[in-house]
Design a protein around this ligand. Structure first.
Ligand code: ADP
Ligand code: MG
Length: 448
C-alpha cells in the first residue's frame, strides 16, 4: 500500500468510531482519496448527492481527522465524479491567479453577523466590545483583542464586525485575513522578482484599510520576520486611527513566542475573552440554528444536545447536523430524541469519560468554591450544606453506589441523610430555575 492509502486507512478507522454506522457506510467508506495537492487532500465522492451530504454534515469531522493523520493538510476538497477530470486544469488556473493577484480580497461570510450571534453570560462583554468597535471603528477600543478556545465564536464575531461596518458605510475598506494569509502574502512579497512592486502591493493591501482583522494571531508567534512586518503594519494603521482587531486562542501574555513589543501594543487596547457558553446559551444557539436552517426537530432534542455537549459551539452545531442527517437517512421528516441519543453514543464513545465519586466531589467543590474538607465534613452553614446535598444528589444520579456507601464518603453519614439530600435537591430542581441551572451545568462539567 502506498503512503496515501495507509494514512487514509487510519482516517477511515477513526471515522468509523465517531460517526454513525449508516453515515460511515454511505458516505465515508465510499470516498476515494485521489492525491494531496497544495496542502489539500483531494477526495472523490461516488455521487454528487453524497458529496453534498458530506459537505453539509461530515466535512468538519472528516477534515479534523484528516489533519490528525496527514501532516500539513489544511483542508479537504471533495469532488463528485463529473468534476474529476476538469479538476486538474482548473487547479493550474487557480495557481496562476494566485500568483498574479495579491489581493483577491477575502470575502466575509454573510452568515456570521451580530444578528446570528447569540449573546449570553459567556460572551456578553466581548459582544458589546465588538459592536462598539463596529459602530465606531478606530475610535474606541484600538486594538480590540479577542481570545478564547476553539469553536467559541471568535471568527464569527470578526466577520460580524466586518459585515456590520460595510453595511453601514459602503465606502469603508475592511480586510479580514487569517494570520496564515498574512504570512503567505508577506513571504510572497519577499520572494517576488519585482520586489518593489510586490512590496507596494503588500503595503497597499494591508495599509490602505480602515479596519484590519487578523484571525488566530498565535500562528505568527514563532515567525520573527512576519512579526516584524506586522509590527510596522500595526503602527502605521494605529497612528492613523485605523481599527485593528485581532483574535487568538490565548491572552497575549500567554503567547510565549510573541515579541514583547507586540504584546505591549495589544495590551494598549481592549483585551476581551470569550468563554464557554452555559446551558441556556447553548440551547438558544441550537434554537436559532433550527430556525435559520429550517430544521424539523423535536424541542427535546435541543435540550438533550445542549446538556450533553458543552465543549464548543462548533461541536454543538455539528451534533445537531448529525442528528438531522441521521433522521433523514432513516427516512424520517422530523428528528427525535432517538436520533439524538444515537448520535451522542458516538461522541461518548470517543471521549471516554470516566465519572467517579471523586470527580463529582472535586467538580462540586470547584463549582461552588468550597473546600473538600468542608464539603465532606460536618459544617452546617448554608453555603456548605447546599453544595453537599447537590453533591450527594449527583452521585446518586450518576453512579451506581448504594446510599450507605455514599454516606461513608461524606464522613460516615447515615443513608437516610443521603436519601433526604437526594429528595430535597430533586424537589428544588422543580421549584427553582437557579437550581435547575446549577445541576445542568454541573452534569456537563462532570461528564467532561
Ligand atoms: P472560533 O473562531 O472561536 O474557533 P467560530 O467563530 O468559528 O469559532 O465558531 C464556531 C461555530 O459556532 C460557527 O459556526 C459560529 O457561527 C458558531 N457560533 C459561535 N458562537 C456563537 C454564538 N454566540 N451564537 C451563534 N453561533 C455561534
Ligand atoms: Mg476561528
Amino acid at each position: 500500500m502506498d503512503n496515501l492509502s495507509v494514512k487514509w486507512n487510519d482516517v477511515l478507522h477513526d471515522m468509523e468510531n465517531i460517526v454513525t454506522a449508516v453515515s460511515y457506510d454511505l458516505y465515508i467508506d465510499t470516498l476515494e482519496p485521489i492525491r494531496v495537492d497544495n496542502n489539500k487532500l483531494i477526495l472523490l465522492a461516488s455521487t454528487l448527492q453524497n458529496k453534498n451530504q458530506i459537505l453539509k454534515f461530515l466535512k468538519e469531522k472528516l477534515c479534523n481527522i484528516v489533519k490528525l493523520h496527514f501532516q500539513n493538510i489544511e483542508d479537504i476538497i471533495i469532488l463528485d465524479p463529473s468534476e474529476k477530470d476538469s479538476y486538474i486544469s482548473q487547479e493550474v488556473e487557480e495557481e496562476k491567479e494566485k500568483e498574479n493577484a495579491l489581493d483577491p480580497r477575502n470575502k466575509l461570510n454573510s452568515k456570521y453577523t451580530f444578528d446570528t450571534f447569540v449573546v449570553g453570560k459567556s460572551n456578553q462583554f466581548v459582544y458589546a466590545a465588538a459592536r462598539s468597535v463596529a459602530e465606531n471603528p478606530g475610535k474606541k477600543y484600538n486594538p480590540l483583542f479577542i481570545y478564547g478556545g476553539v469553536g467559541l465564536g471568535k471568527t464569527h464575531l470578526l466577520h460580524a464586525i466586518g459585515n456590520y461596518a460595510i453595511k453601514h458605510n459602503k465606502k469603508i475598506n475592511v480586510l479580514y485575513v487569517t494570520s496564515e494569509q498574512f504570512t503567505n502574502d508577506y513571504i510572497q512579497a519577499l520572494k517576488a522578482d519585482k520586489k518593489e512592486n510586490a512590496n507596494k502591493a503588500f503595503r497597499d493591501k494591508y495599509r490602505e484599510v480602515d479596519i484590519l482583522m487578523i484571525d488566530d494571531i498565535q500562528f505568527i508567534a514563532n515567525k520573527t520576520s512576519t512579526q516584524e512586518e506586522f509590527f510596522h503594519t500595526f503602527n502605521d494603521l494605529y497612528q492613523r486611527d485605523k481599527q485593528i482587531i485581532i483574535s487568538s486562542d490565548k491572552h497575549p501574555r500567554n503567547i510565549e513566542t510573541l515579541e514583547e513589543r507586540l504584546k505591549s501594543r495589544f495590551t494598549g487596547g481592549l483585551i476581551q475573552d470569550i468563554q464557554r457558553p452555559d446551558f441556556e446559551t447553548r440551547l438558544a444557539i441550537l434554537q436559532k440554528k433550527v430556525v435559520q436552517e429550517n430544521y424539523n426537530v423535536d424541542e427535546e432534542v435541543l435540550s438533550f444536545l445542549a446538556e450533553n455537549i458543552d465543549t464548543n459551539i462548533r461541536e454543538l452545531e455539528g451534533s445537531l447536523n448529525n442528528v438531522i442527517l441521521l433522521a433523514s437517512l432513516m427516512g424520517k421528516d422530523r428528528a427525535t430524541i432517538n436520533e439524538a441519543k444515537e448520535t451522542l453514543k458516538d461522541i461518548q464513545y470517543t471521549s471516554e469519560i470516566k465519572v467517579t465519586a471523586d470527580k463529582i466531589i472535586d467538580d462540586c467543590c470547584e463549582y461552588y468554591s468550597v473546600n473538600k474538607q468542608d464539603l465532606l465534613g460536618k459544617k452546617k452553614t448554608k453555603n456548605i450544606v447546599v453544595p453537599r446535598q447537590v453533591c450527594m444528589y449527583l452521585i446518586t444520579e450518576l453512579l451506581d453506589i448504594p446510599l450507605m456507601g455514599i454516606g461513608e464518603l461524606f464522613g460516615g453519614r447515615d443513608h437516610t441523610t443521603v436519601m433526604y439530600a437526594r429528595n430535597k435537591i430533586a424537589d428544588d430542581i422543580k421549584k427553582s430555575k437557579d437550581m435547575e441551572h446549577d445541576i445542568k451545568e454541573l452534569m456537563s462539567i462532570i461528564k467532561k
